[in-house]
Structures are given as structure tokens and as C-alpha cells.
Design a protein around this ligand. Structure first.
Ligand code: AMP
Length: 397
């Protein structure tokens, strides 16, 4: 089946056309600056050079139209006609408590996604625009919604409730939801496959460490806890997000800097994390590593604080599961940054974790990076959220 995977943001749209049986990416690309002057599409057919074209995209319908034109183009296309697209899988950020798994998109589903949009005001409306635009141009193609939050819906109350007056949970559904669920699900499944065991029989900690970052504890095949909360701001230190923070700081900073709560939270989301901690060096771990090597102390501290936070979560989740069999690193930093992995693992000696320094230098592939005698195994498993979305979509249609 050919599945078009769509990840729609407010002014961007990422896509991949995937043959779900062969697990092959036929083409992928990105539309940028939708609704803004200078919009363009970057399209990469498998095994060929990418092509970039400036093209007017006043709205998302125009963007989807441009994607479909590229996919069926005589020169850079990969399919003969739109009939060759069997289904569309949409990445949806927030499913609230309504969606514990992927679903076929119907009018009712669209309405339900709309109803939880309050919880992800920056993401869900954009995701919905993506759905509506695709429906307009491909009215007869089945579509599936795959939620970032769904995998974490198995968390027990003790893990997902905030210690606020209970009525706020009842009235506003304020609780922890967790994100990156497709990745945590995919990676924990994959490690079970690699071990030749059932996920149900394992205790797994998945560290999804990219620009956005989260850790999850997977026990008896289910997520029992994860570090992101009602929004992706909670938990680990990230590229530009604070992660865990004393909430009193929001009011204090608002008063001192004469800002609204919303403005402070914007700082917490966009100007903090390792970017903020490093004094503005970068949110990118390659730049931070280089700066630290050149003696930039703030960059060094940012990396240390970042690793320390990950190690603390691993400790917490080991306690939550009463043990751990395997710790898995994934996403940009987790897959590629040997220095950060080693820094995190240096805190885990008490678990009997021992590093295989040579294996840890390998980048971007499935590899065990713990030593033979390591009591807890540590692996790198590259994530593939688009492939996971394509497979879930194919399974549902
Ligand atoms: P993601 O959000 O998963 O795309 O991850 C982005 C982060 O991964 C950035 O901070 C990058 O510095 C880091 N990253 C990606 N590729 C590499 C690489 N080859 N070496 C080191 N870090 C990398």
C-alpha cells in the first residue's frame, strides 16, 4: 500500500510517501512558509537529488496541491496518478483522553480532535487544516489520525494526575498526557523484536532525545509513565524548552520583567533549554559540543545539566518499574551523540550499566552500546515515526 504521511504545522507541512509493505520511502519533502511570502517546496524522490521550488502557497490546500503535483510529476514524481495513493496518515499532536489509539478519520473524529484543541492550541488546529486540505483534494481516499499522546493513555492515575485541586482535572482535563508516543511505541516494540522477547515481558526505558525530548517507562507492554506533561514543556531539558520548572517562577518572572504569563511561557518554550542555559550559543547539540570543546563553560554546563536530567528520569523510572532490562536511546541526539550518551551512562553505574566505548562511537544505527557484562543493557534504536504512522494507517484501512 502507498501511504502518504502528513505532518502539518501552522506554516509548514512535512510529507513522506511510503510503501508500507516494502517499508520503503518513495519520496519525502517539506513545504515551508505556507501563507507567507516566499513559500517553497523541497521534494526528494528516493535515490534522487532533492528539488527546491519557490511556489505560491497562500494556504494549506495549495501546499497539499503542490505536494500531489510533485508526487505525480513526470520528472520528479514517483507515482503515475493520485489513484496510486491508497491512504493518508496524519500525525496529530493531541488526542486528549479521547484517543488511546489511531483511528479512521470521520466527521465525528474531526469534531473530537477539535474539542481537544484547547490542550494543544499551536498544533491541533494546524493538524486539522492538514486533514481538511487533504480531504478536499482526495475526497475518496481513506485517512487515519495517529496521535502523539495515544501510547501514553495507559498511564495510571498516580502517574498522570497533577497534585492540583481535583476539580481542575474534571473540569479542564488538566493532567499529564505525554508526547512522542509513536516513537516510544515503535522503539519499545523494536527492542523487544531485537531481543526476541515479547514487549509484555520486558521493562524498557525509552529515551527519545532530539530537539524535543522525553523519556518513557514501558512495563508489561504498556507505557506506565512519561516525562512530558499536559504540554511538551514538562520533563527533560530540551533544545529550547525548560522541562521541569518551579511554577512559581512564571509569576515571579512575569512581575520582574513586566510580562504576561503567556509571554513567560513562550520564553520557557522557545528561549530556554540548552539554548538558554548556554547563554544563547545554540539549541543544536553539535554546536554546543564544539563550543564546549573550545572552552565555553556555559555550553559545557548546559550539556552537563541536560545529561543529569536524563539520568535522573532513568533513575525515577527504574524505581517506578522496580527494575529495568534495557535502556534505549533514540532521535537526533540519542542516535548520534556519543558524548551525551556516555555522559548519561556515567550516572548509571549503580544499576550495573557498563559502556562499550567502541560501540558507543557508532552513529545512527541499531547497536548495543553496553559492555558484555553490563547488567542492564543499553541500546541505540533509530526511531522512524513516519514509518510507524504509515504502518498503523495501512493496518486500519
Ligand atoms: P531531532 O529533533 O530528533 O531531529 O534532533 C535534533 C538534534 O539532534 C540536534 O540537536 C542535533 O544536534 C542532533 N543531531 C542530529 N544529527 C546529529 C549528528 N550527526 N551528530 C550529533 N548530533 C546530531
Amino acid at each position: 500500500m502507498n501511504i502518504l504521511v502528513i505532518n502539518c504545522g501552522s506554516s509548514s507541512l512535512k510529507y513522506q510517501l511510503i510503501d508500507s509493505e516494502k517499508e520503503a520511502v518513495l519520496a519525502k519533502g517539506l513545504c515551508e512558509r505556507i501563507g507567507i511570502e516566499g513559500s517553497r517546496i523541497v521534494h526528494t524522490p528516493a535515490g534522487k537529488e532533492k528539488v527546491t521550488q519557490e511556489i505560491a502557497m497562500p494556504d494549506h490546500v495549495a501546499a497539499v496541491d503542490a505536494v500531489l503535483a510533485k508526487l505525480t510529476d513526470k520528472e520528479v514524481g514517483v507515482i503515475a496518478s493520485l489513484e496510486d495513493i491508497d491512504a493518508v496518515g496524519h500525525r496529530i499532536v493531541h488526542g486528549g483522553e479521547k484517543f488511546a489509539k489511531s483511528v479512521l478519520i470521520t466527521d465525528e473524529v474531526i469534531q473530537a480532535i477539535e474539542e481537544v484543541s484547547d490542550l494543544a492550541p499551536l498544533h491541533n488546529p494546524a493538524n486539522l487544516i492538514g486533514i481538511r486540505s487533504c480531504r478536499k483534494l482526495m475526497p475518496n481516499v481513506p485517512m487515519v489520525a495517529v496521535f502523539d499522546t495515544a501510547f501514553h493513555q495507559t498511564m495510571p492515575k498516580k502517574a498522570y494526575l497533577y497534585a492540583l485541586p481535583y476539580e481542575y482535572y474534571e473540569t479542564y482535563k488538566i493532567r499529564r498526557y505525554g508526547f512522542h508516543g509513536t516513537s516510544h511505541d515503535y522503539v519499545s516494540n523494536r527492542i523487544a523484536e531485537i531481543f526476541g522477547q515479547k514487549r509484555e515481558d520486558m521493562k524498557i526505558i525509552v529515551c527519545h532525545l532530539g530537539n524535543g525530548a522525553s523519556v518513557s517507562a514501558v512495563k508489561n507492554g504498556e507505557c506506565i509513565d512519561t516525562s512530558m506533561g499536559m504540554t511538551p514543556l514538562e520533563g527533560l531539558i530540551m533544545g529550547t524548552r525548560t522541562g521541569d520548572l518551579d511554577p512559581a517562577i512564571i509569576g515571579y518572572l512575569a512581575e520582574k520583567e513586566n510580562l504576561s504569563a503567556g509571554q513567560v511561557i513562550d520564553i520557557c518554550n522557545k528561549k530556554s533549554g540548552v539554548l538558554g542555559l548556554s547563554g544563547g550559543v545554540s539549541s543544536d547539540f553539535r554546536d554546543l559540543g564544539n563550543a564546549a570543546e573550545e572552552g565555553n563553560e556555559k555550553a559545557e554546563t548546559a550539556l552537563e545539566a541536560w545529561s543529569y536530567r536524563v539520568a535522573k528520569y532513568i533513575g525515577a523510572y527504574t524505581a517506578a518499574m522496580n527494575g529495568v532490562d534495557v535502556i534505549v536511546f533514540t532521535a537526533g541526539v540519542g542516535e548520534n551523540n556519543a558524548f551525551c550518551r556516555a555522559q548519561i551512562m556515567s550516572y548509571l553505574e549503580y544499576l550495573g550499566v557498563a559502556i562499550n566505548e567502541d560501540a558507543n562511537m557508532i552513529r545512527g544505527q541499531e547497536v548495543e552500546i553496553s559492555a558484555k557484562d553490563s547488567k542492564v543493557k543499553v541500546w541505540v534504536v533509530p526511531t522512524d515515526e513516519e514509518m510507524a504512522i504509515a504502518k498503523q494507517t495501512a493496518a486500519l484501512v
